[in-house]
Every structure is written in C-alpha cells, then in structure tokens.
Design a protein around this ligand. Sequence first.
Ligand code: H79
Length: 440
Amino acid sequence: MARGRTALGAALALALGAATLSAQAGYQPTPANLAARKWFQEARFGLFVHWGVYSVLGDGEWVMNNRKIRVAEYEKLPAFFNPTEFDPAQWVALVKAAGMRYITITSKHHDGFAMFDSKVSDWDVVDRTPYKKDVLKMLADECHRQGIKLFFYHSQLDWHHPDYYPRGRTGRDAGRPESGEWNRYLDYMDAQLKELLTGYGEIGGIWFDGWWDKPEADWRLGQTYALIHGLQPAALVGSNHHRRPNPGEDFQMFEKDLPGKNTAGFNDQSEIGDLPLETCETMNNAWGFNLNDRSYKSTADLVRYLVRAAGNDANFLLNVGPMPNGKIQPEFEAHLREMGQWLSRYGESIYGTRGGPVPPRPWGVTTRKGDTVYVHVLDWPDETLALPRLGGKVATARFVKDGGRAAFAEDAGGVRVTIPAAARDEIDTVVALTIAPAAR
Ligand code: H79
C-alpha cells in the first residue's frame, strides 16, 4: 500500500509539474492589464452571482452531482427556467446601492449550461429555455450603461459535455458514454471563451473554477490564457485552483476564507502570491439558489468580513443565488442595502485602500490610503488600544463615524489610541490616523 501511494504521489507530482509548465510561460501583462489590476484592487467589493438552470430546483448549483441526476433527466430542466422577472437594471442598481463596483456571474457552471447565446452548442439559455433571451448580454449592456465591471465565472469542469473525458473526481453519475476526446473539449471551452470575450463588450475578466476536478490533466492553460489576453488584454484571468498562481493569471482568489486561512478546507495548498487578492463568501451557505437555506449571515458579520478582507489586502466578492424567476431574494437585498449604508459612511476606509501597516490581528485590521492609516477595531473591549509604530509620526486622529477627534499618545514603542465607549461603533470602530512624513 505504502509503496503504491508513493508511486502515485510521484506520478502526480510529475503531472502537476507539467500542468504548471503548460501555463502561459513568459507572460508579460500589458500596461492596460496592470491598470486593470490597480482598478480591481481599489474596487474592493463585488457581487458574485450563481445563476443557472439548477436554480429551478432550489437546491444549490451542485444538485446534478449530489442527486446523481443523469444528463438525459437534467436536460429537462431548462424548459422550466423562465426568468420573466429578470430586470438587469434592478440588479445593477442594487449592486450600486450595496457599494459594490463589479459583478462576477456564472457564464457556465459545472453543469455545462451556457447562460449566454453560444453558437458552438445548443446547451444554452437561448436555445433551451422558454425565456430564449441572452441574459448575460442583457446584464453586460446594463453594466456598461451604469459603469459596473462585469466578470464571467467559467467552469472548466463540465458534467454535461461528452468530451470531458477521462472524467475527474466529480460528475461521474451523469450517464455519459465512457469515451471522449479531451482536446475536443478544450477546443469547445476556448470557443465559448472567445464568444464571451468578443460578443459582450469590455469584460473585467474570467474567473475560472473546476481545475481541481482533474489536477493531473493537461488543461492547455497557456493556450487558453493567451487567447483571453490576446482578445482583451485588460481582462483579468484568475483561477480557483487553490494553489499559488500560474503564469498568465492576474489575480488570486480564496474560496470561503481570508488569504492564508484554511477554515473551509479548500485552501490547504493556497500560498499567497503577489497578485491582487480576492476572497469570496456566501450570504447564507449556498452559492446557487437554495430555497431552504435560512442560515443568513448578519449585515454586521458581512461588513466585518469585508473589513477583514480589506485589512488582508483582498477584495470581497459576496455571493447571491438569484431565484429562477430572475429576482434576488429579499433577505439578500436587505443585507446588501445595509452594507451600502455602512459604506456610504465608512467607504473612505475601504475603497482605494491597501492592507495597512499592522498585520491582521484578532482585535481587527488596518488599511492604508496615502498618508492615512485606518484602524478598524472590531473586537476590543478596553478603552486603550496599543499599536506598534506606523512608519512615521501620527499627526492627527479622528473617528470616521462623526469626524470627532480621537485622543492618542505616541512614544518610541508605538501609538496608544483611546476609544471611549461613546465613540464606539457596533460593527467597526474606525479611527483615521494621518501620518506625518518620516523625519530625515
Ligand atoms: O461555484 C462555487 C461552488 O460550486 C464551487 N466553487 C464556488 C465558488 C465549488 N466547487 N466545489 N466546491 C466548491 C467544493 C468542492 C469540493 C470537492 Fe474537492 C471537490 C471535494 C472533492 C472534490 C476540491 C478537490 C476540494 C477537495 C478536493
């Protein structure tokens, strides 16, 4: 047994090495791409949208795999997907009210169903549903009108396509024939990506997921990444492979965890690289619409997640799973609007900031913009908070809540800030410290 495992391990390591080499070797991001990365980092807050024919069943986006639904039966679902209440102007207005700057929506999830008008397949929203409209095009047009960037989540894993073969770890109960041409599948994926990058105006980027289903496969990442960068050099490529970024990727994401953490179990191999970071999380426990999931996080918890993400120098991509009628459920909408209200007062400590000089702590985090350091006190019961030196002498201190002066004292050991009970904010007490340029 032990020997078998070792040999397997060695083979896997070899295969992984090859897969890494096949990424876009020698990739040099264009100036437009670098500018887009900067925009992304400053945006800090986006809406993740998981929407597909699975939404009809109200049991999450993994329902096909989890309930062992075969392709022949799953193909009955699109007939019930008729989002007559879908109003992209309302979605985008909600995104703006929430203080979000971009949307990342599923162009294709693991069920392989294209939520756009694909010409290389009829397994798509226009050809198979009674709605017959390209919902991504409708959303893209509205995003462009309202100045919100649109990213596409695109699943590399595919439970429907016959050429997704040999199969990976999941999607084994779909009743597909035991044959297929892997490279034909990759051609198909590239063709759909080309459609997404040529028919929908300027795209923020592509958010890949599902590589982990077949880590040993040759995914031709170099070819796919080069295709995307060639068609839209400013579009950012990222992949949820839970590893250090590959050449050709422009940002790094962490699923259900802050960078460097592994509470959800996905990120055991995630090493933080030096690209812009993003962390994604759900508002209840579901990505795709789940009718019976009432485990809503509170607005306070969601704001604190956003704050901790910013303090970790990462964006927060917060998910909703719209209903099959096209509406976002009222519980989500209410929390999003409350987050927007918080941001309308405290946004200066989030947007355009980078992770601050004090690394994330149990009591809270710091962010920085220019010569201002924002101290986010999330969980500290005492009146005095002691900080290390902040890279220069503190000149002024104010509470962001109301602009009131904050008392502080500084010596060679650091800065002590006084936070009287009356100055506290239930969610996050934010103190803005301006730092005088270091004395020569
Ligand atoms: O789109 C949402 C989810 O559907 C998707 N990513 C988010 C953004 C997601 N897919 N899978 N998961 C989340 C969890 C997957 C877990 C497992 Fe595995 C897949 C367990 C076994 C195979 C990956 C590989 C994690 C452990 C080994």
